[in-house]
Design a protein around this ligand. Sequence first.
Ligand SMILES: [Zn+2]
Length: 452
Amino acid sequence: MVNGHLRSFALLVLFGGFGLGFAQAQPAIQPKADITQVPVAAQPSAYFDAEAATEAYMAMIPPEATARSNAYFEGGYWLILWDFLYALVIALLLLNLRWSARMRDLAERITRFKWLRDAIYWGQYLLLTTVLGFPLEFYEDFLREHKYGLATQSFWPWMGDQGKGLLLGLVLGALAVVLLLAIVRRLPRTWWIWGAVAALGMIVVASVITPVFITPIFNKVTRLNDPKITVPILRMAHANGIPANDVYQVDASRQTTRMSANVSGFANTMRITLNDNLLRRGSPEEIQAVMGHEMGHYVMNHIPKSIFFSAVVYLVFFAFLRWGVDWTLARWGTHWQVRGITDPAVLPLVFLLAGIFFFVLTPVLNTETRMHEKEADMFGLNAARQPDGFAQSAIHLSEYRKMRPGKWEERIFFDHPSGYDRIHSAMVWKGENLELFEKATGQPVAEPPAAH
Ligand SMILES: [Zn+2]
């Protein structure tokens, strides 16, 4: 998403020489067995057992691959903490060294228009925090991704994306800051309610424009013309009430080896998109299984439901913000030279409080997402009827996700069901629908005839 790209050009010169040595991606450790061959224990038989079938799929993942993806995924738990602490330190520096107050003073000297002062403050703030945040961003999004063989971009193209993200952040962020500060000034008593409403409105607009306007800034989106791929997908879409007539592909391999897909937009912007990694590496069964899952998100209105959930979260956050800003400014406002909530110099404090709030809420937000993902899994199994394709996709995703977490580990850190859980659900589904697979030797039966 946009946030991930909000970084800088400014340390280009400093770090320029560095990245060049990390240009090639190390490929992920591949299973030695062909994962499109259904293992014996997962083939239909009178003795079919979902647990044994699940273990047979799990056994296809080499132990060294599991060790590597566990290390990557568990490192991600720590990054949640380091990201939080790093942002906390930056915010406290900006306030305590009065850099925030100075950026505001400069904006006030440049113009007398309040909205323009807010936008100028935002520009300085974003540039400064991008520079200060660059070392962690460089490690997290470049070095670490290359170390685990998940990134495909060499240093300069990566910096190019960072630069585009920064420009987007300057423009879209300025619009957001100007709007929110105008609300705070106009509505001194109820700003926290209207601020939450405005923030929600901006999220909705962002989710509508992202696939059509933002994604093409970073990647090439093209129409997919291979009927072997598109016909089964569109047939499944129409059977499930999705009014799409085209399938698109996006060249995600420009940045990453991860496989993904989505169904996005409303009405006229509605589209089905597959990334090229999925197209290149996934079997037809796997592609259908993944698309069934993505269609589940759409059919079960997960985006509107998430927006409703966000409305509640934002309202609580803005109430916390109102209290938190009053409380901290009463103590340190004079020292920081921050005048109040209507002063743009308050922004580092707002981000600091947001950091604390959303850090604490991590397990709640993950659980909300994970519940939707579980629903989409079950929908996808029923819609695509490709449990083995679904197991294949879980194995592919195991390149960067831990397959067998502990119960609490899954509840706190996982925003998707674990790989083990996904294969297990697929094998339970298969066990209850064995007659669909009995004709061929373990391979899914042929497609049902076309409806038209
Ligand atoms: Zn999903």
